[in-house]
Every structure is written in structure tokens, then in C-alpha cells.
Design a protein around this ligand. Structure first.
Ligand code: PMP
Length: 351
């Protein structure tokens, strides 16, 4: 029993460290900061399930697969879903967002910061303020961008922010940092109905993470303990490196890659450099090539996994992920050499 108690105290210390690490990585002082037991999708569902009640209006910005997913999640739990739409690679102006907020009066607006299916980093400045003007909470997905491109939760007035453990944070998949502002807490802890998910109910999770001010943490579910240890370490590494250094490192490697790709005669899918996501680079599929053949050739001859598009960007792009530990010049150079070879070998004009 004594041993069990010590272990329990030790785990809660790890969880408290994780909370502090996420607060730094998100640049927030929110008390309601924790890691979900599950991948990025778990945090996505947790946010929607806890904030929105059936019948309430939600606005979802769709410019790739992640908005599509959130719209479906919200629809499944009975929300009235409205969408703002752009084809992959597009982004939304603050005026477009404001117009849609005024029209639909949603309780929640969803935006993807790092749209990994399109390779776009969405501008965040002013979006939080506009949402608050219309009494709407802002939910942002930073799964693919955290640590690679600046996102400042408190300064940018983001109400709910989540990420994944396995991207620039380098931890194994299976935990997902998330944080809720005071405004978000007020909405989710004053609901008329219970959230559809017991597992993702924040009244239980806030106690499990010691965020509800109660003296005792009560068993709710068995957390992925080894994943928590790894997440704690990855958050410590990024804190030691410093967010600014992590952002500038990802930008430096991405710019090296982008120049190399352009030197090969390839066109980057996101034309405006400021809107390119440093962690996921998208290339417009070069004319005269079968994109599947290019990917297969690179896998077979260079043992590198490139991917095509995802969801609505399938058939539009090739994608290269350089983030966290694998984001370095040697890997970028290896990718460029593999592509150069594939471009020589796979030309379709012979067909
Ligand atoms: N959002 C974005 C932007 C992503 O890139 C991903 C994963 N590729 C997800 C959400 C989903 O995360 P997970 O696979 O960890 O559930």
C-alpha cells in the first residue's frame, strides 16, 4: 500500500510537470491545461464534445482535411454546423471570418493553424479578438505546427488549443496536450447537458489532472503512463531549446528545402512564403508525372517515405514532413537527392 501511494504521488508529479511544459509550449497561463490519453483526434473530440451542446451553432473553417473532420465530429454530436470553405492552400481573411461569425452566431469557431494536408500555416493575429467580439470561443488545431511555427495562446486570445505528441515534440504517439481558457471553462462547466463522451468529460479529466482545486485525484481511467513520461521529457527538451530557437530552426531547414526544390524546377504548392508551414512542405505535382509512381520509386530506391495529399488535397500535392528530431539539413539534402533521381527516372512522357 505504501509503495502504491508513493507511485501515485510520483505520477502526479510527472503530470504536474507536463502541465507546466504545455503551458510553456502553448505560451499560456491557463490552469485548465493537461494531456489527453490518446492522439490528436482525442483532443479534437474532447474540445468539441465539452464546449458544444446539441443544437448549438458551430462555425468550422475548412481548407483541408482537419476542418472536414471537426465539422463531422460536431455534426455527429448534434451541433448545427456552418462552414467557411476554401480549396486546399487557401486561407481566410479576418473580414471573411467576421462576416461568418456575425451571420451564424456560433458558440465555437474552429481554425487549423498548421494545415498539414495543404502545407499552410494560417495567420492568427486578430482572429481571437474577432471571435470574442461575437461572444464565440476560438478552437485551434496546432498538431502539425506546435514547435515549428509561432503560436501564442494567451496573446492571440485562443480559447482552446491542442496539439499531438508525435510531431515536432518528438514523443511517441498517444498523448495530446490541450488547454482551455477561463472563458472556455465557464462555458463547459455550466452546461445543461452532459457531454456525449464519459471518457472525454472534462469534469472528470480536470480532477484526474489535479486542475479542479479538489484535494483528491480520483481514478477516472488508466492513463498511458509510459507516454506521459515521454511527453514530459519532450516538453523539457523544447523548453531547454527555447521556442524561438525551435521555430527559427524549422524555418531555416524549410527554407533550405524550398530553395532546393525550386532549383529542381519544382513548384511549391503554397506560393506565399509567409503562409508556408515549415514542418510540412507541399509540392504541386509536376506535370508529366504520375505522383504515385514518384512516391513508389522513392520508397523503393531511396527508402524514404514521401506522401501524397490527404483528403481534399489528394492528387494535388506531394508532401514532405521535416519536424522535430528529423528536421535537419542532412535529411533535407537526402530528400532533395531522392527527388532529383525520381524526376529523372519517372518521367511519363515516355508513355
Ligand atoms: N490535426 C493536424 C493538423 C494533423 O496534422 C493531424 C495528424 N496528421 C491531426 C490533427 C490528427 O492527429 P492524430 O493523428 O495524432 O490523431
Amino acid at each position: 500500500m505504501a509503495e502504491k501511494l508513493t507511485n501515485h504521488i510520483f505520477l502526479s508529479t510527472i503530470m504536474n510537470d507536463i502541465k507546466k511544459g504545455i503551458q510553456y509550449a502553448f505560451q499560456t497561463s491557463n490552469n485548465m491545461t493537461l494531456a489527453m490519453s490518446g492522439s490528436g483526434h482525442t483532443a479534437m473530440e474532447c474540445a468539441v464534445f465539452n464546449i458544444v451542446e446539441p443544437g448549438e451553432s458551430v462555425l468550422v473553417a475548412i481548407n483541408g482535411i482537419w476542418g472536414e473532420r471537426v465539422a463531422e465530429i460536431a455534426e455527429r454530436m448534434g451541433a448545427k454546423v456552418h462552414t467557411l470553405f476554401k480549396t486546399p492552400g487557401g486561407h481566410f481573411t479576418n473580414a471573411e471570418i467576421e462576416q461568418a461569425l456575425a451571420k451564424h452566431k456560433p458558440v465555437l469557431f474552429f481554425l487549423t493553424h498548421g494545415e498539414s494536408s495543404a502545407g499552410l500555416v494560417h495567420p492568427m493575429d486578430g482572429v481571437g479578438d474577432i471571435c470574442h467580439k461575437y461572444n464565440c470561443l476560438l478552437l485551434v488545431d496546432s498538431v502539425a505546427s506546435l514547435g515549428a511555427a509561432p503560436i501564442l495562446m494567451d496573446q492571440q486570445n485562443i480559447d482552446i488549443l491542442y496539439t499531438g505528441s508525435q510531431k515536432a515534440l518528438n514523443a511517441p504517439p498517444g498523448t495530446a496536450p490541450v488547454s482551455f481558457s477561463e472563458r472556455a471553462c465557464h462555458k463547459m462547466f455550466n452546461r445543461k447537458t452532459k457531454p456525449v463522451s464519459y471518457l472525454l468529460d472534462m469534469t472528470h479529466l480536470s480532477n484526474y489532472w489535479g486542475n479542479d482545486g479538489k484535494p483528491e485525484r480520483i481514478y477516472h481511467h488508466t492513463g498511458p503512463v509510459s507516454g506521459f513520461f515521454a511527453l514530459r521529457e519532450s516538453l523539457a527538451i523544447i523548453a531547454e531549446m527555447g521556442l524561438e530557437n525551435s521555430w527559427s530552426h524549422h524555418t531555416e531547414i524549410a527554407e533550405y528545402l524550398w530553395k532546393g526544390l525550386e532549383d529542381l524546377g519544382l513548384k511549391l504548392f503554397i506560393k506565399d512564403k509567409d503562409l508556408r508551414l515549415p514542418s510540412v512542405t507541399t509540392i504541386a505535382i509536376p506535370e508529366g508525372y504520375d505522383w504515385k509512381e514518384l512516391l513508389a520509386y522513392i520508397m523503393k530506391h531511396h527508402r524514404i517515405e514521401f506522401t501524397g495529399g490527404l483528403g481534399p488535397s489528394v492528387g494535388m500535392v506531394l508532401r514532405i514532413g521535416l519536424m522535430g528530431y528529423n528536421c535537419n539539413k542532412a535529411n533535407a539534402a537526402m530528400v532533395l537527392a531522392a527527388l532529383e533521381d525520381a524526376l529523372k527516372q519517372c518521367r511519363k512522357s515516355k508513355a
